[in-house]
Design a protein around this ligand. Structure first.
Ligand SMILES: O=C(O)c1ccc[n+]([C@@H]2O[C@H](COP(=O)([O-])O)[C@@H](O)[C@H]2O)c1
Ligand SMILES: Cc1cc2nc[nH]c2cc1C
Length: 364
């Protein structure tokens, strides 16, 4: 990826970079994974405090940059930097295939997953253009070599070993030195897996969570809802355990996104999540730890009434954008990078009241 010139650094960024915590090795069993999900580091509160102090000195009415101010604190808190940076932004697309496609839940054939991976590699997809404009590196990871999961209406999507391997693939894919991770996915049929995951984590029926995906009509959606419902019946009480839900009704790329999000937490890397599939994949982290998704930010929701918004609301998350995107690939996450760059540019580039000789309001 060609990289644009970096912005002039704020004087504080010449301070030595904090040493990154070494993440524990990828967990090898479901029990070890559950343990790692419940022993999560918190943000750097000193960095957050210093960011808030500088924010209060900048030439603007307090709070007037709205969510941008909160985003700068979020970035710095999880990076462990009083001056956050976005020099190395990484988009990772995890690709996987789904046995449940044999039930006719997607209007597209399974081979489109591999074909789109080739398209990503040749630079022809939307995410290639959006990652380039975000000045982000792009990596594509085919999970389980794109061999499909089992049809989860009749058996678990993955064995414990295959699930743990997919989690480790995601866990080990996160560069230790990146400043921000954008997650994306590609997998024909994965909105059915995401719908089942959403039902398992947030409750509700197949009809509550089965959407149009890549373009089903009303009849197609009704059929997809019955397929999800059949999976919910089949796996029953096992789905109360969020990691078992991810193994039984998730998918390879969803498991990898869960692993990547967990590694990012242990590495001090904030994460921008893409749409419905991405959110459903990482939702187990929120069920296992009350702050399990605090280092993540949901980049977008297609519509305020839609399923992604409903799931986000259930998880206490507020999307940054609402552009009607329903592509996947990490497209919304890549677009949201520019919002973070804007927040950071204001925080590092604005003059303080003292520097600019602007009088402060006595009333505030
Ligand atoms: O991220 C989303 O919100 C989203 C919504 C609809 C479709 N997709 C993408 O479409 C594919 C899955 O759609 P489907 O209909 O085959 O389940 C997969 O590659 C996703 O990236 C993604
Ligand atoms: C063409 C196509 C591109 C995609 N990108 C992400 N999901 C996708 C699904 C399809 C079908």
């Amino acid at each position: 990826m060609p990289s644009a010139p970096l912005p002039a650094p704020h004087p504080l960024s010449s301070a030595p970079a904090p040493s990154r915590p070494d993440a524990p090795a990828a967990p090898e069993s479901l029990q070890a994974l559950a343990r790692l999900c419940t022993t999560l580091p918190g943000p750097d509160s000193t960095a957050q405090e210093r960011i808030a102090q500088r924010e209060a000195q900048l030439t603007k009415p307090p709070g007037s940059l709205g969510r941008l101010e909160e985003l700068t604190r979020w970035l710095g808190g999880w990076q462990g930097r009083a001056t956050p940076q976005l020099e190395r932004v990484q988009v990772i697309i995890f690709a996987g295939n789904h046995g449940v496609t044999t039930q006719g839940v997607s209007p597209w054939p399974q081979e489109v997953t591999a074909q789109m991976v080739s398209n990503f590699e040749r630079g022809g997809a939307a995410i290639n253009q959006l990652a380039r404009t975000a000045d982000a590196a792009l990596a594509v990871v085919c999970v389980n070599d794109l061999r499909p999961t089992a049809d989860f209406t009749a058996q678990p999507a993955m064995s414990e070993q295959a699930f743990m391997q997919a989690v480790a693939t995601g866990y080990n894919a996160v560069p230790t030195d990146c400043d921000l991770l954008c997650l994306g996915e590609m997998g024909i049929g994965n909105t059915t897996a995401a719908a089942a995951m959403a039902a398992a984590v947030a409750g509700g029926s197949g009809a509550d969570w089965a959407g149009a995906g890549t373009g089903l009509d009303e009849n197609g959606m009704a059929h997809k809802a019955t397929v999800v419902q059949a999976a919910l019946y089949h796996h029953g009480g096992h789905l109360a355990n969020p990691l078992e839900a991810a193994r039984r009704v998730g998918g390879f790329e969803l498991a990898a996104m869960l692993g990547a999000t967990l590694a990012a937490r242990h590495l001090g890397v904030p994460v921008l999540l893409d749409g419905f599939v991405c959110l459903a994949a990482v939702a187990p982290l929120a069920r296992l730890h009350p702050q399990g998704l605090a280092h993540t930010c949901l980049s977008h929701c297609a519509t305020p009434q839609g399923r992604t918004h409903r799931l986000a609301h259930h998880l206490g998350m507020e999307p940054l954008l609402g552009l009607g995107l329903r592509l996947g690939e990490g497209s919304g996450a890549a677009l949201a990078v520019s919002i973070l760059r804007g927040a950071l540019a204001c925080h590092t580039g604005m003059a303080t009241f003292a520097e600019a000789a602007v009088s402060r309001s006595e009333a505030l």
